[in-house]
Design a protein around this ligand. Structure first.
Ligand code: FES
Length: 767
């Protein structure tokens, strides 16, 4: 090289120019170590796939690209996932050899066709049903460790709880003895530095010594278990499985997963817990919410994993010339896929830097990876995090970060969590001192991905005003004055009223930002919900609310809208009328009622919708003739909400209209209990995960997927909301939801897994 020549090897970059940002990228540098996603903001915006001369890797930073790489484990081989990112010195290699170190393929880094048969053979201990058996052990450990410092007033949570509890859980889960915890801790750190860190040549030898001893220890424990593999735990299970399938589960494989399993089950969870508690205490208002409403914990855990997960990046090897995000990548290239950056990609998550525990799509995060190599222990980690947060929010709600502390992180590319987390509190204010019953309060744990059903918020009733005979309007607000989230026409909320859950459409006016308005009809047959609202609810009352959710969305761009309401069904319809008017669309509103005195919002409707409004008060002899509605016209969309009689008449009429013209608000499902005498079982092949899951006659696809450890979001679980949608690649679907249109059903490209089934014996899904 002549002096002044470019120092960058462009051939490795596929001959492409290396930008100044790419040349400066260093995952061991201060910026990445302090905040990986922030340090790569420039990349997500300008150069989402780039070559890093510093490490000799291609770096992938956007959500879609990272997911695409995870999804295709043939083009993007996981074989380098555990390769040392910093080349090993000869001396360190010799040290490892002295210990007979032979870390082989594990579930993390092996290619097909070996991987999936092994994963399948070893999966059972990770299923939600098996994991539930560990919950008492995790709770007991969390309780014991908090007992040790609860009266101290100050603690380093990492040293005094978060490192050791996940380690002990990992050991229990694996079925190995609890001894040598202090030594194991050192081993575990050494393994991380050995694989993902940049130790100096002198450090490398010390690290190699510790890794070598770790390897030896893992071998000794394995031998001990092999002598009697009848006990509980993943390793005894694997040894038993080896007897059935010796060619699939080999000796060296068991030794490797024994050691890698300890690290995988322990360190990632310890780091995730420290990150989560730090993040929550930095967001004090959210911490307080969790203390007041523990049912939010599963969602908070998920948002912590998205926002500040413990796995920052992962690696893959490119096996054939390909492209990622349109950038050509040569065969043999190494990829650093930065899942922590993907989790902050604004192309997938709205306001991704905000910490929002009610974020609708937070479970889309890639902290556990995706596809056939997705973290098998993810639900164990979720359970541990929920138990820790349940214990701390119950017993130490007054916990705060010790101010002024500097957080340090073990320098490496992939695993991330503060090395120390100092917190303090006033022991005199510990709730259990005033009320020991606090200790009996158990926060329920959800095993698996959280459901949107669990997300509730507290609202205050700001006003209760009459809207018509037998109808009151409630205005609901956040108790702290923060604006409630934006909503769209057709959305509803679920209110918990005197032990009952009731759904009400939002009907506020534009300009009422931050508060919600609902109208409640006093039902003569009320089982309590509407009677409670009319008789007992007063301004200042606090209610638990879920939502808003929208199963009745208004499509944009129709040539003409026909909006039909009967009685209290005016609530979603008035919001839709306001929206189409604001959009300048062509529309008409038809509103039926018993008499004018019982019809809500008449003044507002007259004021805002003038001659578009058609009223049908029955007492005046006015009747809506649905056959006169302009639904026969292509480009017209009809939206209706009201009594069953009206909706049935519209459904009958809609048979003569173009397909998918009529949209009806459904609050109830037609779904029946599954009768095994009538239903048949079938197989669901998962193309991305490489699994086949059997769905029993009395089981939903959603339940079968969850039992097999496959994450799939859900909300209503009644075929009403569309949350549990999955792409269909092959096989005919027996659609039983009330969400998909006739055209969508005919296309057979998606299904709702909470209710729909297979017509035949097999379905293939893009999961
Ligand atoms: Fe709502 Fe399946 S979860 S449709």
């Amino acid at each position: 090289m002549t002096s002044g020549a470019c120092p960058i090897d462009h051939s490795a970059a596929g001959g492409r120019p290396v930008s100044a940002n790419a040349a400066a990228f260093n995952p061991f540098g201060e910026a990445y170590q302090a905040d990986p996603p922030e340090s790569l903001r420039w990349s997500r915006d300008e150069e989402p796939v780039f070559y890093s001369p510093e490490i000799g890797y291609w770096v992938v930073t956007r959500y879609d690209d990272v997911k695409a790489v995870f999804r295709d484990n043939v083009t993007f081989s996981p074989s380098i996932a555990l390769e040392k990112i910093t080349p090993v010195s000869e001396e360190a290699t010799a040290t490892l050899a002295r210990y007979g170190y032979a870390m082989n393929r594990t579930l993390v880094n092996e290619d097909e066709p070996a991987h999936m048969p092994r994963r399948r053979a070893l999966l059972d201990p990770f299923t939600p049903a098996r994991l539930a058996e560990h919950e008492p052990m995790v709770r007991r450990l969390a309780r014991d460790y908090v007992d040790r410092f609860v009266d101290a007033g100050e603690a380093d949570l990492v040293d005094e709880m978060l490192w050791e509890v996940p380690l002990t859980v990992a050991l229990h889960f694996l079925g190995v003895p609890e001894e040598d915890m202090a030594t194991l801790r050192q081993y575990s750190i050494a393994h991380t530095v050995n694989t993902w860190g940049r130790p100096s040549p002198e450090e490398q030898v010390a690290v190699a010594e510790a890794v070598g001893r770790f390897w030896q220890y893992a071998g000794e424990v394995l031998e001990k278990i092999r002598r009697d593999p009848s006990g509980p735990g993943w390793i005894p299970f694997s040894i038993r499985a080896q007897r059935q399938q010796p060619e699939v589960i080999t000796d060296s494989y068991l030794h490797s997963i024994m050691m890698a399993g300890i690290v995988a089950a322990h360190e990632t969870t310890a780091n995730a817990a420290a990150n989560a508690i730090k993040l929550l205490l930095e967001n004090r208002a959210v911490w307080r919410e969790l203390c007041a409403e523990p049912s939010l914990i599963p969602n908070a855990v998920e948002e912590c994993l998205r926002h500040s997960g413990s796995v920052a990046a992962w690696r893959r090897l490119v096996t054939e010339d390909t492209t990622i995000g349109g950038v050509p990548i040569p065969r043999g290239a190494k990829l650093l896929i930065v899942n922590s950056s993907a989790n902050r990609d604004e192309r997938h998550f709205d306001n991704p830097d905000d910490f929002d525990i009610r974020r609708e799509n937070t479970t889309d995060h890639l902290t556990f990876g995706y596809g056939s190599h997705q973290c098998m222990g993810k639900n164990l980690a979720r359970m541990e995090l929920q138990v820790f947060l349940g214990e701390l929010t119950t017993r130490l709600p007054h916990l705060e970060l010790v101010p002024g502390q500097r957080f340090t992180y073990l320098p490496n590319t992939s695993f991330r969590g503060p090395e120390h987390l100092w917190v303090r509190w006033d022991p005199a204010a510990n709730p259990e001192r005033a009320d020991p019953a606090v200790l009996r309060r158990l926060t329920p744990v959800r095993i698996g991905e959280p459901s949107a059903r669990a997300i509730t918020r507290t609202v205050t009733v700001q006003s209760v005003e009459p809207a018509a005979d037998g109808i009151v309007t409630l205005t609901l607000a956040d108790p702290s004055g923060r604006p409630l989230p934006a909503w769209s026409p057709g959305a509803h909320v679920d209110l918990h009223l005197d032990g009952l859950s009731r759904q009400y459409s939002l009907c506020g006016e534009a300009g009422e930002a931050g508060v919600y308005r609902i109208a409640v009809l006093r039902e003569p047959e009320s089982r309590g919900g509407s009677r409670y609202v009319h008789e007992r609810l007063r301004p200042g009352a606090r209610l638990s609310m879920r939502g808003p959710r929208n199963h009745f969305r208004l499509a944009t761009g129709a040539r003409h809208y026909v909006l039909v309401a009967g009685g209290i069904g005016i609530t979603p319809i008035i919001a839709m009328a306001d929206a189409v008017r604001a959009a300048g669309a062509s529309y008409e509103v038809h509103y039926c009622g018993r008499d004018r005195a019982t019809m809500a919002f008449l003044d507002r409707l007259h004021r805002d919708h003038g001659d578009r409004l058609h009223l049908y008060p029955g007492s005046e002899g006015a009747r809506l003739d649905v056959s006169t509605l302009a639904g026969a016209d292509d480009g017209t969309q009809v939206y209706a909400c009201g009594p069953k009689r009206l909706l049935t008449a519209l459904e009958r009429q809609a048979r003569s209209w173009p397909e998918d013209t009529l949209h009806i608000e459904h609050f109830t499902t037609t779904r029946q209990e599954l009768d095994p005498a009538v239903e048949h079982g079938f197989d669901v092949e998962l193309a991305d995960s490489g699994l086949t899951v059997h769905v029993a006659p009395d089981q939903t696809v959603l339940a079968a997927l969850r039992a097999a450890n496959i994450d799939i979001p859900s909300d209503c679980e009644e075929g009403l909301c569309g949350t549990c949608e999955a792409p269909v690649l092959d096989g005919e679907v027996d659609h039983r939801d009330r969400v998909l249109t006739t055209a969508e059903r005919a296309a057979n490209s998606m299904m709702l897994t909470c209710c729909s089934r297979a017509c035949g014996s097999t379905l293939t899904l893009g999961l």
